[in-house]
Design a protein around this ligand. Structure first.
Ligand SMILES: Cc1cc2nc3c(=O)[nH]c(=O)nc-3n(C[C@H](O)[C@H](O)[C@H](O)COP(=O)(O)OP(=O)(O)OC[C@H]3O[C@@H](n4cnc5c(N)ncnc54)[C@H](O)[C@@H]3O)c2cc1C
Length: 152
C-alpha cells in the first residue's frame, strides 16, 4: 500500500495481519489463475491452491465512452484546472477526472468539493480554478489505524 502508508505503518500493518494468522507473501508476481474443481490455483514463482480468491487491485476509470466522444483521456478523462475536458462544454469530476497534475482525487471529500465548486463555476459565482482541499486519508484495519496526508 505504498500510496497510502509510510513504510513504518506498512510494517505495522504487516505485523497486525500476521498476528491475526494471515500468511502474507510479498512481491509476488501473479502469472496465472485457474479453477481446479473446487479449488482456485494461483501461480506465482510456485503454485498454490485456495478455497476462494479475493481480488483487490485498485481501480481504473472507464474512459471508453469519453474517448469515443472524442475527449482526451489518459489515466482518466483529462480536465483542466476548471474541470473542463478537452471539449470546454463538457466537465468531468470524481474518480474519472484526471487533473493537469496527473492526479485523480478518488475520495468523497475532494469529490464533494469538486461538485460544489463546479456548481458555483457554472453559475458564474466562481472565477478561480478548483483547488483540492487539504485532507488526510485514514487507513483502518482491525487493530490498526494510520493517518497520513493524501499524496496519490
Ligand atoms: C470499496 C471502496 C471503498 C471506499 N471507501 C472510501 C472511503 O472510506 N472514503 C472515501 O472518501 N472514499 C472511499 N471510496 C472511494 C469513493 O467511493 C469514490 O471516490 C467515489 O464514490 C467516486 O464517486 P464518483 O461519483 O466519481 O464515481 P462513482 O461513485 O463510481 O459513480 C459513477 C456512477 O456512474 C455510473 N456509470 C458509469 N458508466 C456509466 C454510463 N456509461 N452510463 C451511465 N452511468 C454510468 C456508475 O454505475 C456509477 O453509479 C471507496 C471506494 C471503494 C470502491
Amino acid at each position: 500500500m505504498e500510496r497510502q502508508l509510510v513504510s513504518e505503518d506498512s510494517a505495522l500493518l504487516l505485523d497486525v495481519l500476521q498476528n491475526s494468522g494471515v500468511t502474507v507473501l510479498l512481491n509476488q508476481n501473479i502469472q496465472a489463475l485457474a479453477k481446479n474443481e473446487e479449488k482456485i490455483c494461483v501461480k506465482t514463482d510456485s503454485l498454490a491452491e485456495f478455497d476462494g480468491l479475493i481480488v483487490a487491485c485498485g481501480f481504473k476509470p472507464r474512459t471508453e465512452l469519453a474517448a469515443q466522444a472524442g475527449l482526451s483521456v489518459g489515466r482518466g478523462i483529462k480536465v483542466n484546472a476548471f474541470l473542463q475536458t478537452s471539449d470546454d462544454n463538457v466537465y468531468a469530476l470524481g474518480d474519472v477526472a484526471e487533473l493537469p497534475s496527473g492526479k485523480l482525487y478518488a475520495y468523497i471529500l475532494p469529490i464533494r468539493s469538486q461538485a460544489n465548486w463546479l456548481a458555483g463555476f457554472i453559475m458564474g459565482q466562481e472565477q478561480s480554478p478548483w483547488n483540492p482541499p487539504n485532507f488526510t486519508s485514514k487507513a483502518k484495519v482491525h487493530g490498526f489505524e494510520a493517518v497520513h496526508p493524501y499524496n496519490v
